[in-house]
Structure formats: structure tokens, C-alpha cells
Design a protein around this ligand. Sequence first.
Ligand code: ADP
Ligand code: MG
Length: 387
Amino acid sequence: MKQKLVKQFKDIFGSEGIIKTYFAPGRVNLIGEHTDYNGGHVFPCALTIGTYAIVRKREDHKLRFYSMNFEQLGIIESDLDSLVHDKSADWTNYPKGVMWAFKEKGFIIENGFDLLLFGNIPNGSGLSSSASVEVVTAVIIKDMLDFDVNMVDIALISQYAENHFNGVNCGIMDQFSSAMGKKDHAIFLDTSNLTYEYAPIKLENSKIIIASSNKKRGLGDSKYNERRMESEAALAEIQQIRDIKALGELTEDEFEEVQSAIKDPIRRKRAKHAVYENQRTIKAVNALKENNIALFGKLMNESHVSLRDDYEVTGKELDTLVEAAWEQEGVIGSRMTGAGFGGCTVSIVENDKVDGFVKAVGEKYLKNIGYAADFYVVDIGDGAREI
Ligand code: ADP
Ligand code: MG
């Protein structure tokens, strides 16, 4: 892979100078959804699929970008002195945003780059290809310009770029997983203070399967922002009677004591999800530590029900995939993952049931939805790095 991409880089940008190769993974969240902006816990892992970047430092301020995934766009040029979001600059707004974010944080960038990307994550499907593009760019800048930042800073700078340069109001989970991932481990991250712990995922008898609904998020981004506002409004109402900073601070019992402060029943359901999902995530990680994978799976299923009924971010595509999965033998747990409204589900399936799962869930999806889903058996890999 590396040799092939370096050759492509040389064909496009010329072969002189020092050419380096980096990789940043996509991620899948096993449980803890829509908790990362509510001060709760998440439990994602980095994947072995992600974004490869081939790069050469320049001596001027020029930026030249090329993506193997968007070859029709050709080389897109820009400049370190004009880092503004520009719709016509398409995907290059992601790496440009990271350069801008470094500058905003006070770093001085005097070298431009020639950058070629190749990603093997399905784009826009909720496995965070955008975060992997940001994180790989941030690692390149840190490494090639010798900036004193650690991998958590890399995640924060990348999130800052996605929020403020690209206008996507995401929490920290995606960039954190891509930067901090660890092979065969998931990251139990408390988003209220960024403390984290790696938990081994020892799936001797089962596999993680991602099913992509192939439904593009469409209106998803505006719905995502709506959910964030509903959660914030519910928090503000609870704060009238209780001194908390985030919904993630409440246990289920504490929520039941204060929930009547939330006037609107819809908003109450949203807050209930945020609180219960956070507690479920804590329980799920404990179950895993006790090697109780069956309980872990049951909590994944409950997470989906809560996202479907209380947070209302699933939709018929994701529900069809998950409900078809639940009917299958050998399925330990299945839920939507990512922001929802489209995107993917994640399932844990016993080894010898994987083929049957893909066939049966795939057929049901095609029959009910009218187009096919894609299935990926994934492995948990390391975070962003030079390769
Ligand atoms: P997700 O992050 O869930 O995959 P997004 O819509 O947030 O979905 O991000 C997808 C966008 O990220 C793409 O449309 C593109 O702009 C950018 N992107 C992702 N991977 C690549 C790549 N390999 N090359 C260029 N741009 C990419
Ligand atoms: Mg994204």
C-alpha cells in the first residue's frame, strides 16, 4: 500500500525531496452515543482502516492537495496565508482547517506542503473519515515542523478545526479515537475531563461487524444540532434546581428526582437518553472487565432502543439493520453507531455465524429498504502515526 501511494505521489507531485507517509484511523463507537457533548462517557475504538497521507514539506507557503478518493477534482491549490473556509475547495477544507487551528493556537507555520491522501473508510458513513483526515494532518504538522504537542492536543486541535473551520459541531470522541487508538483495545473516555482508560477487547469467539446503511445523513447535520440544543436546554432547566455542569453528572436515580424540572416531554426524553446512556456505558465497561460479554451485548441493544425511542436519531434504515440483527442467532449485541439518521450499525457476532448474519441481514435490508447495505468485518488498530 505504502509503496503504491508513494509512487502515485511522485507521479503527481514529482519525486524530489523527503517524502513521508502517515496514517490515521477511522473509529467505531461500541457504546455511549450522543454522550460526548453531554459530559458523559464514550467507548470507541480505532479501526485498521483509515486515511493514508503521503507528504512533502515545501520551502514556500504553497499548499497542494490531491486525494485518490476525489481524483476528479485533480490538484487543489491553496496558500498558508489564505486559510479561509471555501466551499469550492471541497475536502481540502479539512486539512486547511487543521493548519488554521494550529495558527489560531499561536503556532507559526512557515512551510507549505504537498499532500496526497488515500482513504479506505467509506466516506460519510459515520466512521469518521473527516476526523481521520484532520488527525493525520495534525500529526504531519507536529512531526514535520517539530511542534511540541501531545496526541491529546492533536485531538483537540483537530476538533477545533472541525468545529470552527468546517462548522460541524462535533464532540471530542472522533478525533480522540483517531489520535489515541490502541490495537485490540477500546478507549473508555470521560468527555467531561478527558480522562481515559484502555480496555482490552478480547473477542476470541466473535467479530465486530459494521453494517453501512448507505443512507447519506442528508438532514442529519441539522438534526444533530437540534439534539445538541435540546440537551443544552434540558440541562439549563435542571440547573434551575440542581448545581450540575453536564447531564453526564447525573445517575439514573438523580435524573428521576429532577426530571420534572424539564417542561417539554420531548426534551425530557432527550435528557433521559443522555443520562441513561452514560450510565449504560459505565456498566458496559464493567461488564467487559468481568468478561461478561453477554451483558455487554445486552447493554448495546438497550442503547439502540434508547437512541430509537428517546433520542430519536435512528430512522428506518438503521432500525431495519439492527432489528434484523437481533433476530439472528449468535448475535451478542447490535446497535446504531455514530451520530445516526443514516450511517452504520455495529454488531458483535459469533465467528461461525458471521456469514449467515451478512446474508440474512443483507437480504432483509434490501427487501425492506430497496437498496443494499455493505458489511465490514473490522479489526481494532492503533492511533495516528508515521508508517
Ligand atoms: P464521516 O466523517 O462520517 O466519514 P463526513 O461527512 O464528516 O463523514 O466526512 C466525509 C468528508 O471528509 C468527505 O466528504 C471529504 O470531504 C472528507 N474526506 C474523508 N476522507 C477523505 C479522503 N480520503 N480524501 C479526501 N477527503 C476526504
Ligand atoms: Mg465526520
